[in-house]
Write a protein that binds this ligand. Structure first.
Ligand SMILES: [Cu+2]
Length: 479
């Protein structure tokens, strides 16, 4: 707020160390989502050592930019958990070429120092520095009124850490303040809501619930959104959401937030009914993100949704939002594998007494297995226990030594095979020694493997499209 209004709640500072600038991303509401417009550079330098890595509004309201200040930005240190295997980089640090001029050796790097810039708006009003303490609850409540997010977040953190119930009346007061500023915001109420939530003061506290419920109709869309998001995740919340009218909120982003809260609640008949009725309103299907939120709500209540729809017996017009949702829900409910997914993950079969169990887990969001190198003895019996906690499907193949590129190429070619999914994305080549089925999220499977008598490096790999290059490792067989 120390900057011109152009910046308020609008510009994100994106640091780009390799191109030596801080970019201004203008983020504007676009239906339930946002769109970004190029706001050109906030800061750019022709000094080859400049490398901005972080830009934030500081306690004084200026933008503080952390500059790493290094000529060489890249590094060549092997990080086992990040990088692919030896097929892309040498397996150990010791194997790497670290000759003259590389990132570890160069003197075009300053390992000790960086720079911090403060970018100050010349016409800014003078800023007030606060001194906050966990033991000064009134001071923290007052700091929540600051127009600088830095102070509000700091006060919120200290209140959440302290968990002092004497803060509650002050928080209720901030939440009940229905004023909005020049651009329609009430930041203090948003922070007060999340403070209440962070302090754990909402469960079983009717006064707190009442304060939050009243905020569901606050004039600021951001406050309404925070209110619906902090409500306890239980069945009673459904009624509060329904009564407040937030499910037809004029701000589509806030409306979507409310729908997503519904989607995350335990399945219930009344939620299914709400989702069905919403699917009858075409305007809910016009925004692409809002439509997805309603679909998620229907999907989380499939059986109840279909039962309710049957009761209603509506005729759904082709191409209508209701028809589109019904088609997806109906199709998903018919899938036999969906029933399997609801049951708890099957316990892996007990391994044979003489077999060694080796657990391999997919690392979430990284497209990696948690192991890169597995050592086994020739001729040994091994049971691999593969778990997939990741959000996408993966499989696990053991292949002949030195054939990763060939099997990988065959995996790539499967993209043209209409039956690839049916084949669990396992290429039909003789190099594949063992393979699991495709593991869904939460699946655990076992794979029995008698280690060959020939010593060598036997790659293991996921051949789901696009995964094999990174998602692999080595089973090292020794005599
Ligand atoms: Cu994979």
């Amino acid at each position: 707020r120390n900057f011109p209004e152009y910046y308020w709640n609008r510009v994100a500072f994106v640091t780009e160390p390799t191109v030596k600038l801080v970019h201004q991303a203008i983020v504007e509401k676009d239906g339930a989502g946002f769109k970004e417009k190029d706001g050109w550079n906030f800061l750019a330098s022709s000094d080859e050592w400049v490398g901005p890595v972080q830009a934030q509004v500081g306690p004084d309201g200026a933008v503080w930019v952390a500059d790493w200040y290094n000529f060489v930005i890249q590094h060549n240190t092997f990080v086992p958990n990040q990088a692919p295997t030896e097929f892309i980089l040498p397996l150990t640090l010791a194997d790497q070429k670290q000759g003259q001029g590389n990132a570890l050796e160069t003197n075009l790097r300053d390992l000790d120092r960086g720079r911090i810039y403060r970018v100050v708006y010349k016409k800014a009003k003078p800023s007030k520095s606060l001194s906050l303490s966990k033991n000064d609850v009134p001071g923290l409540i007052e700091a929540l009124r600051s127009d600088n997010l830095f102070w509000r977040m700091t006060a919120q953190r200290l209140l959440v850490e302290k968990k002092d119930a004497t803060a509650l009346p002050g928080l209720y007061k901030l939440i009940a303040d229905r004023n909005i500023d020049k651009i329609g915001l009430n930041g203090p109420a948003v922070n007060a809501l999340w403070t209440l939530h962070g302090m754990g003061m909402l469960e079983g506290n009717q006064e707190a619930i009442n304060a939050v419920t009243a905020a569901l109709t606050h004039p600021a869309a951001g406050v309404r959104k925070a209110a619906v998001e902090v409500l306890p995740k239980n069945g009673h919340t459904v009624h509060l959401i329904q009564q407040s009218g937030i499910l037809s909120d004029s701000d589509l982003n806030t409306r979507m937030a409310a729908v997503l809260v519904l989607a995350g609640l335990p399945s219930a008949k009344n939620i299914a009914g709400i989702a069905y009725d919403a699917s009858m309103k075409e305007e809910n299907g016009k925004d692409k993100w809002l439509a997805q939120a309603w679909l998620a709500t229907a999907m989380n209540n499939k059986a109840e949704f279909l039962a309710y729809a049957k009761e209603k017996g509506d005729k759904l017009a082709d191409g209508s939002f209701g028809r589109r949702i019904m088609d997806v829900v109906g199709k998903e409910a018919d899938k036999p594998e969906d029933k399997d997914r609801k049951e708890p993950a099957p316990k892996p079969k007990a391994a044979a007494a003489d077999a060694k169990t080796i657990k391999v887990t997919v690392v979430q969001d990284l497209m990696q297995f948690d192991k890169k190198l597995i050592a086994v003895k020739a001729g040994q019996k091994v049971v691999f226990e593969i778990s997939n906690p990741d959000g996408m499907q993966h499989n696990f193949l053991i292949i002949k030594p030195g054939t990763l590129q060939k099997v990988g190429k065959a995996a790539d070619e499967m993209l043209r095979d209409p039956k690839a999914a049916e084949k669990q994305y396992v290429p039909e080549v003789p190099e594949v020694l063992k393979a699991t089925k495709l593991l869904n999220t939460g699946d655990v499977v076992t794979l029995e493997f008698t280690v060959p008598n020939t010593a060598g490096d036997y790659p293991f790999v996921c051949t789901f499209p696009g995964h094999w290059r990174g998602m692999n490792g080595i089973i090292r067989v020794t005599k």
